[in-house]
Every structure is written in structure tokens, then in C-alpha cells.
Design a protein around this ligand. Structure first.
Ligand code: ZN
Ligand code: ZN
Length: 286
């Protein structure tokens, strides 16, 4: 297929699509939307690879998400689940990466201080998350793949680790997925050469306190150069307006792109072409 847009972060490989994944994928392709299928632990990473092998227009990202290091209950915009604890096994992920040429990045991995498990101290959780994040940074460097970073309420620590790698001459490439931070935080990542990826969160109306000056994320969108910007859905979560509240899917990345193009003051076609190019470049998509 020849895409118009690539959803740079989807979970079509998740259980939320168990019954109709093929239809969801077909709907995206019919609208010119290709996608990266992103794993969050070994089982969903394996499934991402299966989809990538099965479909032209899907590539796989494999890794261990910080919320899967401890067992915990997660409530994600109407979708609730209990996460299973997993130890990061670099050998298993290395073998999976080598199984398919369509594994294009390591992730999603990173730090999440927002959703903390019960009965474990914040210090212990943060230490474990950092250790597993570093192990995945090392694996990405070893395999020559970019890294796809998940970060929630932990930008200072993520940036510090990336800066430490850069200072040691280890040039990690990648993107910060579902970016919802501040302009200053975005600038710190841009300085490191990172791409910034936006979801449907940018289409959500601003909180009452921000209504007069507009959404703070509009300001971030205006700051990120067009050649460093990616669009994604993070489906099944975070469906953009006007689909908010429904199960999200890759075809809806169009709404994210339309909104971002408007804020950037760029025609949609130009915006789509540039973000497509960015995604292909960062992940070396063929
Ligand atoms: Zn994430
Ligand atoms: Zn995700």
C-alpha cells in the first residue's frame, strides 16, 4: 500500500481488537493509513511482529512498558485491566527483533510515575523502571534501532537519562510518544535530536483554567519543528475529537493530523507528507 499517513503508535495487537483486528486494519488501509503496531510486554510484542509479517503497511515495535514491571490495576479512559508483572529478558527481545526485518524500534519503554502499583514504594518503582529503561536503551543501541519512549509525569528523569547517554557518546535516536508535556520539556528532547509524537489528546478541549489562552499543547505543537513531528493514535485509548469516548483505531489518526496541521498553519496535504516522511526516516521504513 502507498500510505498518506502512518499512525506512529497503535496497539492493533492488543486484546481490544481480538474479534475484529483485520477489519480495523483494513479500514485504516482503505483510508491510506499505515501503522506501527507497538508491544507493551513480550506477548503483545510477539503479536505485533505477527501482524507486521502478515501485512504490508504494518511494522512492529517491541518492548516492555513501565506499568508491566509490577502487577497493578490500570484504568485507561474507560478501558480497565490488570497488568501482569514481567521481568525484562533482553535475550527474548533480542531474539524477537532478529526474527523479523519489520521490527523497526524498541519500545514502548520508559518511565511512568502516574500509575503506581499498591504496596510498593515510589523509590522502589522508580529504581526498577529506570533499570529496565536503561536495559532497553542498551538493546536499541546494540541492535541499531531507534527507541520509542513512554513518559508520564517523569520527563525530568527521562531527559536526564537520555542526556547522560548522549554525554557518553551513545547517540540514542527515537521519539517521545503521546507527548503531553510542556514547551520546555519538548525543547529538551529536541536538543537531543528526538522526535515528538502527538495523539488525540491535542484535540481535547482545554481545561477551564486554560480556556482563554487555548490548549497548552497548541503552544507545544507550534514549538516543535514540522520535520520533528509525528502523529499517532495510541489506540485503543485516547480517541480524538470527534470520536472521543469510542474505541480508538488507526484510521482516526487523520483527526490528529488535521488538528495539528491547523495549529501549525500548514495545508493538510503538506503536513501529512512531511510527517509521513519523518516517520519513514526515523524508523527506516521501506
Ligand atoms: Zn504509552
Ligand atoms: Zn501505547
Amino acid at each position: 500500500m502507498k500510505p498518506i499517513l502512518i499512525d506512529a503508535h497503535s496497539h492493533v495487537n492488543f486484546n481490544g481488537y481480538k474479534k475484529d483486528a483485520d477489519e480495523v486494519i483494513r479500514r485504516a488501509f482503505d483510508q491510506g493509513v499505515a501503522m506501527l503496531a507497538v508491544g507493551s510486554q513480550l506477548s503483545t510484542s510477539e503479536r505485533a511482529v505477527d501482524y507486521a509479517e502478515r501485512y504490508d503497511g504494518i511494522w512492529a515495535v517491541i518492548g516492555l512498558h513501565p506499568i508491566h514491571l509490577f502487577e497493578q490495576f490500570v484504568d485507561e479512559e474507560e478501558i480497565q485491566f490488570k497488568s501482569r508483572a514481567e521481568e525484562f529478558d533482553p535475550d527474548a527481545y533480542r531474539a524477537l527483533a532478529k526474527r523479523s526485518k519489520k521490527v523497526v524500534a524498541i519500545g514502548e519503554c520508559g518511565l511512568d510515575y502516574y500509575r503506581l502499583p499498591d504496596g510498593v514504594s515510589q523509590t522502589e518503582v522508580a529504581a526498577k523502571q529506570k533499570e529496565v529503561f536503561r536495559a532497553q536503551l542498551d538493546l536499541s543501541l546494540e541492535l541499531g534501532l531507534p527507541i520509542m519512549i513512554h513518559c508520564r509525569e517523569a520527563h525530568a528523569d527521562v531527559a536526564e537519562i537520555l542526556e547522560e547517554y548522549a554525554a557518553a557518546g551513545k547517540s540514542v535516536r527515537g521519539d517521545i510518544h503521546c507527548f503531553t508535556g510542556t514547551v520546555a520539556e519538548a525543547e529538551r528532547y529536541l536538543k537531543l535530536g528526538f522526535y515528538i509524537s502527538f495523539t488525540g489528546v491535542i484535540t481535547f478541549p482545554p481545561r477551564a483554567a486554560d480556556r482563554a489562552k487555548g490548549s497548552p499543547l497548541d503552544e507545544v505543537l507550534r514549538t516543535v519543528p514540522l520535520d520533528k513531528l509525528l502523529v499517532e493514535t495510541d489506540c485503543p485509548y485516547l480517541a480524538p475529537v470527534p470520536q472521543r469516548g469510542k474505541r480508538n483505531e488507526p484510521a482516526f489518526v487523520r483527526y490528529v493530523a488535521e488538528y495539528a496541521a491547523k495549529v501549525k498553519g500548514v495545508p493538510f496535504e503538506e503536513f501529512a507528507a512531511q510527517t509521513l516522511k519523518n516517520t519513514k526516516q526515523l524508523f527506516s521504513l521501506m
